[in-house]
Design a protein around this ligand. Sequence first.
Ligand code: NAI
Length: 703
Amino acid sequence: MALNLKALGKPLGPVSKEYNWKDAVLYALGVGAGFDEIEYTYEKDLKVLPSFSIAAVFNFFPLFSTEANVNLAGILHGEQQLTFHQPIPTEGTLKTSGRLTHFYDKGKDKGALVVGESETWHSNGKKLFTSQLTLFSRLDGGFGGENAPPQTLVMPERAPDFEVADAPGKDQPLLYRLSGDIFQLHVDQEFAVLSGFEKPIMHGLCTHGFACRALIKSLVPGRPEQVRRMDCRFSKPLYPGDPIKTQIWKEDDGRALWRVVNARTGETVIDLGRFEYGDVPEEQIRFDGRVAIVTGAGGGLGRAYALELARRGAQVVVNDLGGARDGAGAGSASPAEAVVAEIEAAGGAAVASFDNVATAEGGAAIVQTAVEAFGTVDIVINNAGILRDKSFVKMTPENWQAVLDVHLSGAYHVTRPAFEVMKARGYGRVVMTTSAAGLYGNFGQTNYSAAKLGLVGLMNTLKLEGARYGIRVNTIAPLAASRLTEDVMPPDLFAKMKPEFVVPLVVFLCSAECAASGQVFNAGMGYFNRAAVVTGRGVQPGDGDRPPDLEAIQAHWDQINDLAGAAEMTDAMAALMDLVAPPPAAGAEAPAAAETPDVAAVFAAMPDAFDPEAAAGVEAVFQYVISGSGGGDWQVAVRDRACKVKPGWAEQPTCTLIIAAPDFLDMITGRLDPMQAFTTGKLKIEGDVMASQLIGKLFRVQP
Ligand code: NAI
């Protein structure tokens, strides 16, 4: 058994968990709250302890150990970091997604550290908390990896500013385990002895909850919503019934250090604790920890995007060749450098790149700059551009090609290597820049229009290829005052067209908060709208067996031309299906829409739909990859006439079924025939295609 090093970076989840006030109160009782802290234990004016976060999403964490393939006989919860973005509401559904971020090797007999990161969102649309969890895997060392960076936090030698005594009861784990962690080590005498302990031990996270209460009581009494961060290392086991002391040292600016000591033995059971507290920051979309590339960011719109991204915490590669408006000339470092200086002066982080987007080497070098300076790339705004306007007959091949090279090929050259990094990390945001000239046409700009609409085509396919990796691709058609537009816009209008009016939409498209993909937006002078290619309902003149003649086309011209009831198509296959099975003609009554469940609910219901009789002799693992909004990865394992459904990836699935969320739901509700979904490419099956046919037999409801 060896660690699965290939699992690094692979997206895990989402895992959903519904909870209500009783779960929050049960947890509070499990970590020692009572009448003294009635705000956590009575549903009237209930507040939720921040440490409930980690207990509430406990069902997510086994994904880390399963995916990392750790030896389960030797794992311990090593360290836990929690950052709180919002107070935890008293009820709702939590959705958690994450990935393994590091494997550290302490040596053959010393074990390994497996680090995973996750983010949890509430059904109210807000990100609640980020967790970083370190598993200490005692039996998995010696795989030849790097050791973890040394720990630098030094605990103070002076007496603590606060010391809160508490007494977890002898039966504490029995109550705490009802919040989700039912591992036998905390309840089963025989198992505990086999694991080397005298008797069942306290859950480390239960002691962590006691500490959280003590920290709030000392530093922000009655205000759990002011807890911003809580980190620690679990250092020694604690037996139920042993008294504890939480020692707290106040530092400056809403920060404190803490540890928990066993008051009977004097041993430190939780060490190296950090705690941060203060007012909830104004709700803001942030880019902390994100790395953005903005091409052509030495001036105009690109500069404005780069400044705003950096102001909101992103580390930015400011790329600009620094050439003339028509792309001529040797280029200059100064525009990109000036924008980097502006960002740095405002306290942000940026690095300049002078590479040319129009070549493959230039594109690769820009992405390399991001990786070398900041470790990765999360966001690409393809913005660099030039103009070489000429009426069509005067459009020389050189002018045609130069414009295509910068706009269309430029986006390809930069996005391709960036996409590779994003795919491996399971996250990415790409923005293409089109133009009204491309979407609608503009006299004298055939080269520019062709290149700009080409970018929409590039987006259309990239949105499909990126969907299962969390990569969203959208396109902006800006309108702004810049050197590209100074001579084509009336001067009075030019003054109202600051790039800053375009920025909010573009930067929103770059955020984790934006789930849109494959869409085109116009933005300018503070006005925003969406543009789309739509397909009319059309008409089929004749009987469909013989081609109609020209006269039939002429006779039906109005209906062919009619856009009433026109629809967008998700992909080329959907458009093809539209021809094969056209929608009812305008005016015909549409069938009543059936109620549609969500994807997670379908998987939750799957074990109930399972037919054990039909599963005799079947052993198979079906991996579902559901793309798009509401999607995720689920594995369905059938063995010994039983069915287990879990979020995430199976190690060796019998077959993998890949489908977009709306198509999956249509299939489940009988609106889409599975065979038709397969033959039209809506459902892709990798691995043993024949095995996938068992699914219909194994489940009473077609999954
Ligand atoms: P701009 O000329 O101020 O910015 C473009 C930047 O791209 C320049 O700083 C230039 O040095 C840089 N650049 C040109 N070729 C490059 C290359 N090969 N490699 C790296 N950098 C290069 O123009 P503006 O208006 O800010 O345009 C930004 C984008 O928005 C362009 O793609 C443009 O076509 C598009 N656009 C702008 C509109 C507007 O109203 N300003 C309207 C529609 C589209």
